[in-house]
Ligand binder design. Structure first.
Ligand SMILES: [Zn+2]
Length: 391
């Protein structure tokens, strides 16, 4: 059992492990090592006690939690021995989102207020070193305490955490923090679900809700900005006495400004009515409410607001800029006005082409998603039929 690195690595058959139910291979070398404590069972000091602790953990994870196996890749006991859990190359169940790229090492015991023996800590160091040497852990690996990658856990206990934060490979900045819905006791992880959840009518509705919300937000920002700007342009425009600007240009300017403001205000009106409802529901995250949300009933209005604000509204704004240049510069310089028009015209053409292209591809995308939505619904129906039909 002893290896050249001077610690005992206890194989599964020696501690009497049951076979894993659904082992999943992990790619080595892994970039992370994550340290845990058990909290319960408490510290073990003899091999007999440690084996008992290993068995009780496996029972809990495999039988009660219905996981594949004991969650950790390794556990280290107060007897100074390392016990093989899932081992070097199987995905563990100890730190969601990190399970498939880390070795989870559990130090058996509750290490909130006291530190494990040096014997135990030594073995942890040797185990990691050994993992690096046999190519299972990357030489430049980063080491974290469990609570750094998951909110709402004390694991691996304050005292032990202080200790590991002095270790050479410890990193104070884990790449991502996984936040659970509910806080749960340390080290008893929710294994990541590998089963793909079939989409439900509800999840599709949520997707549409988030889409509508994003659309309305974009609409209101654009409209606020552009209508405000157009109003200021009109109010601040200074007209000289005895100006040579023809009346029809003033008429064009005022018509364009008013239509522009009206279009944006209309879009704003729709989004200010609907957005708070949708926002509230998406924040509450209560599934019954999604059917009450106005985004399904008022789908047409949302599309209309979006089109008004982002297509017609933007188009009118560009026209407005061109007209404004003519009104402003008529008396001084035709060249300035012509220059502005020369610039605005191609921009307008590009804008129209882009809008057409964008809406076209959006429609194609929508058709595609409608087809897949339909297929999903049919799938659901089939499942329901199968479930309800007598065998
Ligand atoms: Zn933990």
């Amino acid at each position: 059992m002893a290896n050249p690195h001077g610690f005992d690595l206890v194989p599964r058959d020696v501690w009497g492990a049951r076979a894993p139910k659904s082992p999943e291979v992990m790619k080595n070398p892994v970039p992370y090592v994550i340290i845990h404590h058990t909290y319960q069972p408490g510290a073990c000091n003899t091999t007999e006690e440690c084996i008992k602790a290993m068995k009780s953990m496996q029972d809990f994870h495999q039988l009660e939690r219905n996981w594949s196996d004991i969650g950790y890749n390794f556990a280290v006991g107060g007897d100074g021995k390392a016990y093989v859990g899932r081992g070097w190359s199987l995905v563990g169940a100890h730190s969601p989102t990190y399970n498939d790229k880390s070795i989870g090492i559990c130090l058996i015991g509750d290490w909130r207020y006291e530190l494990p023996d040096n014997k135990l800590l030594d073995t942890v160091h040797k185990l990691i070193e050994y993992g690096v040497q046999i190519g299972k852990i990357a030489p430049n690996y980063l080491l974290f305490g469990h609570k750094q990658v998951r909110e709402g856990t004390e694991c691996p206990g304050d005292k032990l955490f202080q200790e590991i934060s002095l270790w050479k490979h410890f990193s104070s900045t884990p790449p991502t923090v996984w936040s659970p819905n509910k806080n749960s006791k340390c080290c008893r992880e929710i294994e990541e679900t590998k089963v793909k959840v079939p989409p439900t009518a509800e999840s599709l509705s949520w997707r549409r809700l988030h889409m509508s919300r994003a659309k309305l937000k974009a609409t209101s920002t654009t409209s606020e900005l552009l209508s405000g700007f157009a109003m200021i342009a009109m109010v601040e425009l200074q007209i000289n006495e005895g100006t040579a600007v023809p009346e029809w240009l003033f008429v064009m300017f005022s018509v364009c400004t008013t239509v522009l403001v009206a279009v944006h205000i209309f879009a704003l009106m729709i989004s200010t009515y609907i957005l708070p409802n949708i926002d509230a529901i998406s924040k509450l995250d209560v599934s019954e409410l999604v059917s009450e949300s106005p985004h399904e009933r008022m789908k047409g209005f949302i599309q209309l607001a979006c089109a008004f604000s982002t297509v017609l509204g933007l188009f009118l704004f560009l026209v407005e800029v061109a007209i404004l240049c003519w009104v402003k510069f008529w008396d001084y310089s035709f060249t300035a006005a012509i220059a502005a028009t020369v610039i605005v015209t191609p921009v307008l053409i590009i804008f129209v082409l882009f809008a057409v292209h964008f809406y076209h591809s959006l429609v194609v995308h929508r058709c595609d998603t409608s087809v897949t939505d339909l297929e999903k619904l049919e799938d659901m129906k089939k499942h329901l039929d199968e479930a309800s039909s007598p065998v």
